[in-house]
Design a protein around this ligand. Structure first.
Ligand SMILES: [Zn+2]
Length: 105
């Protein structure tokens, strides 16, 4: 129960804190616009980068896909994006890119 961080966690699952743990970041039960936008940033900032010996995360040099990239991909998939849409976002490299409209449920 004793948190080593005194930072107050926001309500949104802001996952940009490396070293918190090795488990996957939990997905939000319902993907809000903020979650989706954060996920765009996660996949763009944590894009793959070719490195000698393999593909690593451009941001934290973990083997790609890193936790945050996986989280972002899964949130965007929940949001209704297809793999190709997500790949296009990464290709574009714009962390503030607008998402396509939410598909009807
Ligand atoms: Zn990463």
């Amino acid at each position: 129960m004793n948190s080593s961080s005194s930072t107050v966690r926001p309500a949104a699952p802001v996952g940009e804190r490396p070293g918190v743990g090795l488990r996957d970041i939990p997905l939000p039960p319902y993907v809000t616009a903020e979650d989706a936008q954060f996920a765009v940033r996660a996949v763009v900032v944590h894009a793959p980068r070719s490195w000698s010996g393999g593909t690593v995360c451009r941001n934290d040099a973990s083997p790609h896909p890193c936790r945050l990239h996986r989280w972002g991909t899964r949130v965007l998939a929940l949001r209704g994006l297809r793999d190709a849409d997500i790949a296009a976002l990464i290709e574009r490299g714009d962390p503030a890119a607008a998402l396509p409209p939410r598909p009807p449920a």
